[in-house]
Design a binder for this molecule. Structure first.
Ligand SMILES: NC(=O)c1ccc[n+]([C@@H]2O[C@H](COP(=O)([O-])OP(=O)(O)OC[C@H]3O[C@@H](n4cnc5c(N)ncnc54)[C@H](O)[C@@H]3O)[C@@H](O)[C@H]2O)c1
Length: 250
């Protein structure tokens, strides 16, 4: 068990990649706190973990609100004492629009969730990690943090921002025993990509645009997050590990 004796906060843990990671981390021995705005689905994941003999709890959290993230971290600190692992993963896709057609509100919805939410998670968990002199943070970026795609500029900007924010976190807190990394998923089979499936022609292109010629499973991203969160990755920090089937080779 690679995470035995550790605890983990997982934002966006009610669905998709966060859900799969919560289950995998629990299988590896970690105690899990799922922080998500979706209570019903979050509590289902808690039950799934408990039914398998693991330990999990849910805390309703909106990562776009600093007060909400602060409360979630305080809840984790009270429950666990330390915070060993933070997976900053909550995210949304945007409406597909050209940049000049996007409203300020549309921009904010995406950037506040995907990038500001990651900043809030790091800002509030890091002081607790510093108290204990240890911690592993993984942020969810994307292949779209590295390359452009038409009509998703807010999403691209938010995911690119995560890559450099991750490096900053690594630099500023490495000497306190805290590692900060990111994962860069390609197209992964979760509800966030459901709207792309409606257009079959587009989906055929999107779903095979990588070296392996298929989309990924949430469990395949979860494996990378477990590794980065574990002591096996003790000399890895500031990195973004792509989990994209070779999507950036295109
Ligand atoms: N699925 C993909 O193809 C893919 C590719 C690259 C990156 N990603 C990223 O992976 C992460 C997880 O996405 P997913 O694919 O599992 O999608 P998903 O929709 O299945 O899960 C996203 C989760 O985030 C939660 N969430 C959204 N806004 C929130 C908020 N303000 N506060 C708290 N929780 C919030 C949702 O309730 C949901 O449980 C996201 O950051 C996404 O951008 C996904």
């Amino acid at each position: 068990m690679r995470l035995k004796g550790k605890n983990a906060i997982i934002t966006g843990g009610a669905s998709g990649i966060g859900h799969a990671t919560a289950v995998r981390m629990s299988d590896e021995g970690a105690e899990i706190l799922i922080c998500d705005r979706n209570r019903a689905k979050g509590e289902e994941v808690v039950k799934e973990i408990e039914d398998k003999g693991g330990s999990a709890a849910f805390f309703e959290t909106d990562v776009t609100k600093e007060s909400s993230v602060k409360e979630a971290v305080a809840y984790a600190k009270n429950s666990f004492g330390s915070i060993d692992i933070l997976f900053n993963n909550a995210g949304v896709g945007g409406d597909e629009k050209k940049l000049h057609e996007m409203t300020e509100l549309e921009w904010e919805r995406v950037v506040d969730t995907n990038l500001k939410g990651v900043f809030f998670g790091m800002k509030h968990a890091i002081p607790v990690m510093m108290e204990y002199g240890k911690g592993a943070i993984t942020n969810t970026s994307s292949v779209l943090g590295f390359k452009g795609k038409k009509r998703v500029s807010a999403y691209n900007a938010s995911k690119g921002g995560i890559v450099t924010l991750t490096k900053n976190g690594a630099l500023e807190y490495g000497r306190y025993g805290i590692r900060v990394n990111a994962v860069g998923p390609g197209v992964i089979d979760t509800p966030i990509v459901d709207k792309w499936r409606e257009d079959k022609r587009k989906w055929d292109v999107v779903s095979s645009a990588n070296a392996l010629g298929r989309i990924g499973k949430p469990e395949e991203v979860a494996e990378a997050v477990v590794f980065l969160s574990s002591d096996q990755a003790s000399f890895i920090t500031g990195e973004t590990l792509m989990v994209d089937g070779g999507g950036l080779t295109f």
